[in-house]
Design a protein around this ligand. Structure first.
Ligand SMILES: NC(=O)c1ccc[n+]([C@@H]2O[C@H](COP(=O)([O-])OP(=O)(O)OC[C@H]3O[C@@H](n4cnc5c(N)ncnc54)[C@H](O)[C@@H]3O)[C@@H](O)[C@H]2O)c1
Ligand SMILES: [Fe+2]
Length: 322
């Protein structure tokens, strides 16, 4: 089976190994000529990043990069990024990295030309309508981890360094207009990052699936996303160059973020404050909290989890799944 495809749901996605070569076309489709590539300090040193910068250069897009992005990115990173974006007279942002670079890059594109502070757009009620939507710059996203799925999401998680609280900032227009999902980019992820980010993808699906809200579309996506992660995370841990398994993990990540508009749960509710206070890796934090939450929620989700276990081919219902 060929694991290459073009999807238009939930946004335009160019999926397949090697498709980073289409970065020039992706930027043209998004309507940008002078993009700023946003990544993190670790990635800035890697060959995959040098490659994308040279692809940008060849496509006549320049090779401007901002990489002062911390894991669990903060308002300090955002202020620095907006300065670079404005100084370079950029007209769009390429997000290149894991959830941290993707979320921070989205925020640069969002708030660079807003008159209100970023915290005014927290995901509360209709606060997003306070924003000037026309002032949001175009976004192309290229994930290099298979976890957060932030590349297909309409929100960013940003740490407030004064209150030490992780806030969710939302606007429908920060859903990237073009995404390149190239699983080859994830092949060099060290095992500890592969494991944590992969568990994040699995837990997005699991929490969305377990949420009591009515959203059958998300329910289906969450269930199949769980299956892909359950079957393929052990494979990528055993062999990081297994491109088929890496591809399925990249799909599972995008599916988790698509599904969790149905809701997340107590795992994320606790991982956010822990991450904000102790700067722990997000996916690993989720994974450690998960067993306690499953136990606590058992009376509410037992039947549903038994159905998921059957679909995943796990014997023993809830206990087998646990
Ligand atoms: N917006 C959302 O919907 C959403 C959902 C879940 C989590 N998040 C947020 O995303 C952030 C976590 O993102 P993450 O788990 O992807 O981790 P990350 O972006 O912090 O990356 C973790 C580490 O992996 C390295 N890395 C990334 N890709 C690599 C590659 N291909 N090869 C080698 N190293 C690589 C990075 O340099 C970094 O050191 C947190 O801030 C979390 O709150 C956002
Ligand atoms: Fe998450």
């Amino acid at each position: 089976m060929s694991l290459t495809a073009n999807w238009s749901y939930p946004t335009a996605i160019r999926f397949g190994a090697g498709r980073i070569n289409e970065i020039g076309e992706a930027c043209a489709a998004a309507g940008m000529k002078r993009p700023l590539l946003v990544t993190d300090k670790g990635l800035a040193r890697l060959d995959i990043t040098k490659k994308v910068l040279s692809l940008m250069e060849s496509a006549g897009l320049g090779s401007a990069m901002f990489s002062e992005v911390d894991p669990n990115p903060s308002d300090i990173n955002l202020t620095a990024g907006v300065e670079v974006f404005k100084a370079g007279n950029h007209d769009g942002v390429i997000l290149f990295g894991g959830g941290s670079a993707i979320d921070l890059g989205k925020m640069i594109a969002f708030v660079a030309d807003q008159t209100r502070p970023v915290w005014d757009f927290e995901d509360i009620g209709d606060w997003w309508t306070r924003a000037d939507a026309d002032a949001i710059h175009p976004i192309v996203a290229v994930p290099t981890t298979a976890g957060t799925g932030s590349e297909v999401g309409r929100a960013s998680v940003l740490t407030n360094t004064e209150s030490h609280v992780k806030k969710i900032i939302f606007h429908p227009k920060i859903l990237p207009s073009v995404v390149i999902c190239d699983p080859e980019l994830t092949m060099g992820m060290p095992p500890v990052i592969t494991a944590g980010t992969g568990m994040d993808a699995f837990i997005h699906c699991l929490e969305a699936y377990s949420s009591p809200f009515y959203h059958p579309m998300s329910q289906g996506i969450a269930l199949e996303g769980m299956r892909l992660a359950y079957e393929n995370l052990p494979k990528v841990m055993a062999d990081g160059t297994d491109i088929e398994a890496r591809s399925h993990m990249m799909s599972a990540a995008a599916m988790g973020a698509t599904a969790f508009q149905k809701g997340l749960g107590a795992v994320h509710a606790m991982a956010h404050p822990v991450g904000a206070l102790y700067n722990t890796p997000h996916g690993m934090t989720n994974a450690i909290i998960l067993p306690a939450v499953l136990r606590f929620n058992r009376p509410a989700i037992e039947e549903r989890i038994a159905a998921a276990a059957a679909y995943l081919g796990i014997d023993g219902g809830f206990d087998g799944f646990f």
